[in-house]
Design a binder for this molecule. Sequence first.
Ligand code: NAD
Ligand code: TYD
Length: 356
Amino acid sequence: MILVTGGAGFIGANFVLDWLASPGNEAVVNLDILSYAGNPETLASLAGDARHIFVHGDIGDSALVARLLAEHRPRAIVNFAAESHVDRSIHSPGAFIQTNVVGTFNLLEAVRAYWGTLDGAAKSDFRFLHVSTDEVYGSLGKDEPAFTEQHRYEPNSPYSASKAASDHLVRAYHHTYGLPVLTTNCSNNYGPYHFPEKLIPLMIVNALAGKALPVYGDGQQIRDWLYVKDHCSAIRRVLEAGTTGEVYNVGGWNEKPNLDIVHTVCALLDELRPRTDGAAYSQQITYVTDRPGHDRRYAIDAGKIERELGWKPAETFETGIRKTVQWYLDHQDWVANVQSGAYRDWVEQNYGERVA
Ligand code: NAD
Ligand code: TYD
């Protein structure tokens, strides 16, 4: 048994689906609070599968987590649960502190107590894998080398600061209590089941709806993109062979300016689902007011995980983005279902105040 937290969100759900697609893997207890970003429909294909036990709850609920640990006795925990959207962290930082900092702390406390009850191989083989982000390292200048695991923490948004705090707590629980932790810091993910408030799915969904494609500022901010299934394979590899107490940066060596990403999405849609009027989707691009404190560049040096654990991404950006655009074209019901009233309120809050 493993315990996955946040397994109804974008990356967590991809991880659970991939994990259970391998016949040899253990069952999963999936603890998720089902925030706006959590979507049980993503896990619909697991209905009736006894290897998936979904629990609706909060990582910060110590009593619930203690009960789950005592009952299921997992040999590992993979912690995806978090508030994850930078723009939301600018509007409402409190929720980020609550889940990412206090929630992770409460989770660690419950796990420490449980781990203390184990002995022998169960104790030494236990793992707590904390899923984190490259955003904790701050923003790079144009010519600076990519982030290694030694890069100093310089988080700039309430989101990245809250993730940095959680990383520090995880580190401290290893250093102080010996808890066998692993931390992964990954670059921007994209792929199936990505909530359409993040750049790539938002552009696909807005393009198809004939809406503006809102590019913040000059669109020259750089992100390093990784197909979500490659992130999942990296997590499986770190869980299997990572050295406890170590940090592994995960990335696909795919730095791209946002504007290039938007043009790539538009060109794929021109090919796969041309506009009825024959015009290019790129005509819908609109430059809007920049994000406050917008980090200019992220780039991951994934050399350590490649050298030490032999992990490499399977997809290039070109293959991954084509699969992603095709997935959204094939799953418009999923998109329609996540665009609830709450989603529309967010779009109004985030974009209503930006000047085109
Ligand atoms: P997401 O926002 O899509 O999903 C987060 C999930 O966590 C949701 O299902 C939500 O309901 C759940 N959740 C939130 N608060 C919770 C709580 N208190 N208790 C239990 N469940 C809770 O996020 P994502 O993009 O899938 O990211 C997953 C993890 O990976 C996060 O920790 C994020 O920081 C990290 N990460 C994301 C990216 C990326 O590009 N999306 C890149 C690197 C790292
Ligand atoms: P996002 O997907 O929110 O990820 P992050 O901020 O965690 O990197 O945004 C990716 C980049 O795209 C980021 O530089 C902000 C930019 N962006 C836009 O230009 N327009 C948008 O509507 C959104 C959501 C993001």
